[in-house]
Design a protein around this ligand. Sequence first.
Ligand SMILES: *Cc1c(COP(=O)(O)O)cnc(C)c1O
Length: 398
Amino acid sequence: MRKDDGDRSGQISMSGPDLTDAEREAVAAVLRTPRLSVGPQVDTFEAVVADRVGAKHAIAVNSGTAGLHLCVRAVGITDGDWVITTPFSFIASSNVLLYERAIPVFVDVEPLTGNIDPVLVAEAAADLREGGAVARRWLPPRGAPDDGELKAILTVDVFGQPADYDQLAITATRHGLRTIEDSCEAIGSTYKDRQAGTLGDIGVFAFYPNKQITTGEGGIVVTNHDDWASMVRALRNQGRAPGDTWLEHSYLGYNYRMDEMCAALGRVQMSRLDELLGKRERVAGWYNERLKSLPEVELPSLAPSTTRISWFVYVIRLDPSIDRREVMERMKSRGVPSRPYFVPIHLQPHYIERFGYQPSHYPVTEDLGQRSLALPFSGVMSEDDVAYVCEALRHSLR
Ligand SMILES: *Cc1c(COP(=O)(O)O)cnc(C)c1O
């Protein structure tokens, strides 16, 4: 990531892609053909991802957010529907519900992993099904009609670790709910040896450059449901159903297609997936080793059901007595960036304005949001980089 000499200020970055000449050559090769979109690279990339995670269908799109939006459309979530989801996530997982005028019904998360709490999901689902005043207490303070229909659970595999799907499935089955898995941070991770992305009814991976593999911008939807897969294919391609010509559009669709350069890049990255995950795991191990003796720092922890974590970010939690803002500033002055991860979704300005949320509504999420700190992390960091970040953190805590 940088030369091994004294002054490192400005040299450590939050994240970075791991690219080789194989990726550069694959993209350049596409540029020597006339076929820049809707071509063989996308088909191959989709086949490789489907095969790797064991899904019947994979449909590549131009962002993780686009993929999530198409999942919402494909499973039939619409105006005023209620969807149980988590406020401890990147904002896209909830925004895609608002795109379809559905209501995100937040429930709090488990303190260990930051993943949605299946016990609360079960309680919320039962109460929402009952309706009336019992349902009301799970809904946003304002801006949500009382007469919604509970349709789905939208889970997020936070920081590369799957949520507790066996528990969630019990609730989903009991109430006839769809499960959408936002696995944008978790490609390659496993839950009880089952692949992330395939743990719900339909799942999404994302390929922005800070993710485990990248296509520049990009994402992919995976599912075993034939009907949803063909709907996602149609919607990403301007609503063209199978049999429609280029200027016939059966549905209200979008241009969410992935192009050939992105797919070529993704194909090579997928062929290196285990290597890339291995490098990230090694970097996480260096951090764990160096930080475990710092009393002010809690290390990331794994649930017993996580049989493999796909390291996405390295997020520590600071002791409540520590001023995070000050730590970040001190680290910055040593050339080390860091980020609060996540800012809870219900406390984002649009959500406060629209739904009337206030601090205290989701205490576990808020506690994690206040104490968590993402350190620079990528598979291309050297052990010296990690040592430098850890030293900067140690000095900044005191
Ligand atoms: C990265 C990410 C997304 C989607 O990201 P895009 O930038 O649209 O590809 C969605 N949800 C979560 C939890 C993410 O981390």
